[in-house]
Design a protein around this ligand. Structure first.
Ligand code: G3I
Length: 289
């Protein structure tokens, strides 16, 4: 399964209002089709990589812009996308509500897609619209630092989703981005407990952007413990029937977002900078065999 790291985002697809650029996204879709691969769509409503023309619109005009964007991209790829990240990263980092445009632009709490910390109208609208245009795609809400039950952001997201599901919003599942550290290792029991409560809501869970970063240069024991964590995560996929998808956020450590965002860290993926398989690759292969 493929996912575009950047080329299906709002600023890539519709850099100018009403002018759509599908060239790179089409290339990815064609490659997937030629190689019998599925595709995840990423991402429709997200506070980042939003083009300037959207940010400049008054709040009241953003709904129509979002609807048109969803209509165009989902129509073009209708029937070809396995699952869409309809909504991405809407919960504030401290779990205290939704990112919104009353916060200071440029801070992590800011988003053009809500007017207040409780205004979820565009979030719900995005799901309804996506469901209307491509009813066969599985519709996801995706986020980071929401994987472990009992942590504030995870519980905040769960409570929001439980509310939307009870209102009938067409959500199929929750994406656990899973940008983890090799040390301290993620709390696997807490992840399993979290999945369990989404099972109870009738939702799927996907691991959507897995990487496990290490202070570089990584030594052999760090790579071994990274492999163990990858193994613990894939074991969850093997154990739960409502978890069937596991994507890593990149192929090789040579091309990864981590060193740009976390100075001194990297080596997070399955292949090293020379494309040699790492211990984590072998662990996943053994588990799947
Ligand atoms: O395309 C420009 C290029 O023209 C310019 O020369 C260069 C100079 O900085 O920047 C290039 O754009 C960069 C873009 O990636 C494409 O490489 C942006 O600066 C950079 O900020 C952007 O980073 C992406 C990031 O999302 C943006 O938020 C990462 O590649 C991408 O891996 C990352 O992915 C996100 C998921 O979408 C959501 N979950 C978290 C994940 C990691 O942050």
């Amino acid at each position: 399964m493929l996912v575009a790291e950047n080329v299906m985002k709002f600023d890539a697809i519709e850099p100018t209002q009403g002018i759509f650029n599908f060239t790179k996204a089409d290339t990815l879709m064609d490659y997937a089709e030629a190689n019998n691969m599925k595709v995840r769509g990423h991402a429709l409503l997200w506070h980042s990589q939003v083009p300037n023309w959207v940010s400049a619109l008054p709040y009241s005009e953003r709904e129509a812009a979002l609807q048109n964007h969803i209509d165009k991209i989902l129509t073009r790829y209708r029937g070809k996308i396995h699952s869409w990240d309809v909504v991405n990263e809407v919960i504030k980092n401290d779990g205290s509500g939704l990112r919104n445009d009353n916060e200071t632009p440029g801070t992590s709490d800011y988003s053009v897609w809500a007017d207040t910390p409780t205004d979820d109208s565009l979030i719900k609208e995005a799901f309804y619209r996506a469901n209307a245009v491509d009813p066969n795609a599985r519709l996801f809400i995706n986020d980071y630092s929401i994987e472990v039950m009992g942590t504030s952001k995870a519980d905040a997201l769960y409570n929001k989703i439980a509310g939307w599901v009870s209102q009938g919003v067409p959500i199929d599942g929750v994406g656990f981005q899973s940008h983890f550290l090799q040390s301290p290792a993620p709390n696997i029991t807490g992840i399993r407990n979290n999945i369990q409560r989404y099972v109870a809501l009738g939702l799927e869970v996907q691991f959507t952007e897995v990487d496990i970063r290490i202070n570089t240069p990584a030594d052999a024991s760090e790579l071994a413990s990274q492999a163990e964590i990858y193994g613990d995560l894939i074991q969850i996929v093997l154990d739960y029937s409502n978890v069937d998808t596991f994507l890593v956020w990149g192929v090789t450590d040579k091309y990864s977002w981590i060193p740009d965002f976390f100075s001194g860290q990297g080596a997070a993926l399955l292949f090293d900078e020379a494309y040699a398989p790492k211990p984590a690759y072998n662990t996943l292969k053994n588990k799947l065999q």
